[in-house]
Each structure stands twice: as C-alpha cells, then as structure tokens.
Design a protein around this ligand. Structure first.
Ligand code: TYD
Length: 207
C-alpha cells in the first residue's frame, strides 16, 4: 500500500489525543495528506458498536462479547476507511488499533493472545501499523489526568486492570521493536510532540 499507517497507543490519560492533533497539524503544514481517525469508531457502523462498548449500562457484557465487538468495529473501519485511505497514498493516523485489544482484552481481561491474534488477522485483512507510538505513563498519573471526565465502561475498571494493560503494552513494544516507539508520557505535551516529529522525520525523509 502506498500510504503510511501510524497508530497511537497508551492507557487512559496518556495524552494520545493531543499528540494525534499536533502530529496531524505538523504533517498538514508540510504538505502531507493525512487521514485521522480513532478506535473504537470511524464509519457509522463502527460508531454504533462503539456506543455499545462504552455504555456504562452494559455491565453484563462478557469479555468474549467485548472482544468480538471491538473486532467487528475494527473490521468495518479497516475495510471502509483505513485501507482505502492508505491505497490513496494518505498518512493514516489512528488513535488506538489492534494493540488496544491485545492490551485491554488480553492483558486486562485475560483472553488468550492466540485467539485475539487469529481473530485480528481475520478482521484487519492482515493490516498492521507501520509505526506505533506508545505513550507510556504511570497508571496513577493517567487516572489523575482523566479524573474530571465522566468515565466510560472501560475507564471505570480498577487500577489493577489498567496496570495490567500498561504491562501488556510494554511487552508488545518489546516484541514489535520494528514498529514501536516508546515515549515517556509524563513529559510535557510540546516535548512529546517534538520527540514524535524527530522520529517521523527519520521515517519520512522528505520532511
Ligand atoms: P475512548 O473514549 O476512545 O478512550 P481513550 O481516549 O482512552 O482512547 O475509549 C476507548 C476505550 O476502549 C478505552 O478505554 C480503551 C478501550 N479499548 C479496548 O478495550 N479494546 C480495543 O480494542 C480498543 C480499540 C479500545
């Protein structure tokens, strides 16, 4: 595929969304055609699934249903939006992707990584990110940052759940050194942005 697929990962309150916006602005200013999106979500079908997933009233949802819904949302998003944008040569920036399922449903909910990987290959048509920025932050710091938000179903989970999510991200980053960049999420917003820009410049030589 002609484009570049960049994903951002991290625990709640790691600052992904601000960095996605800053990177988008930077790339656009340098003449690149960017397509920014997030998971769970994207096209209408995926957004409808997102509502089911994050609704705090759905406390009866079992881990298996949760995983399949995240993957259903991703399958639609990947086929309808992400792959076509990459085929058009765009830089696609996605706030969370497959690694969120491995970290939350694998690390957090303890579903089998083999099952998640097999279903993911099916749902994504084997699409993998070219670059993944992991904003790594202490779970307590992240929780503190989101303490003024209304929490969704996943955010309501315990501190211990989120600690396992963080550990799983660090393992994934170790396993996929070719595409993972770990960034200290406790640094300032501007400082993190500059680290990302420095890295992306080595990836896209023309910048
Ligand atoms: P969102 O409001 O987008 O959170 P954030 O701003 O932290 O990205 O909610 C997404 C929630 O869904 C978040 O708690 C992580 C969770 N999630 C999974 O558990 N598995 C997944 O595969 C994805 C994509 C997200």
């Amino acid at each position: 595929m002609k484009g570049i697929f960049i994903t951002f990962e991290g625990v709640e309150g790691s600052g992904k969304s601000s960095q996605v916006k800053l990177l988008e602005q930077y790339l656009q200013q340098h003449g690149y055609d960017c397509f920014v999106t997030r998971e769970p979500g994207g096209p209408p079908i995926s957004e409808a699934i997102r509502s089911l997933l994050l609704d705090v009233n759905n406390s009866e949802m079992v881990p298996e249903t949760e995983l399949l819904l995240y993957l259903a949302s991703r399958a639609q998003h990947t086929a309808q939006w992400i792959i076509p944008a990459l085929e058009q040569g765009k830089i696609v920036i996605c706030d969370r992707y497959t690694d969120s399922s491995l970290a939350y449903q694998g690390g957090g909910r303890k579903l089998s990584a083999d099952v998640i990987n097999a279903l993911t290959t099916f749902a994504t048509r084997k699409l993998e990110p070219d670059i993944t920025y992991l904003l790594d932050v202490d779970v307590e710091v992240g929780q503190q940052r989101i303490s003024n938000r209304t929490l969704d179903r996943l955010e309501e989970e315990s501190l211990n759940f989120h600690k396992q999510v963080r550990q799983e991200y660090l393992k994934l980053a170790n396993r996929h050194k070719n595409r993972y960049i770990i960034i200290d999420g406790s640094l300032g917003v501007q400082e993190i942005h500059e680290l990302i820009v420095q890295h992306i410049k080595t990836h896209i030589r023309s910048l």
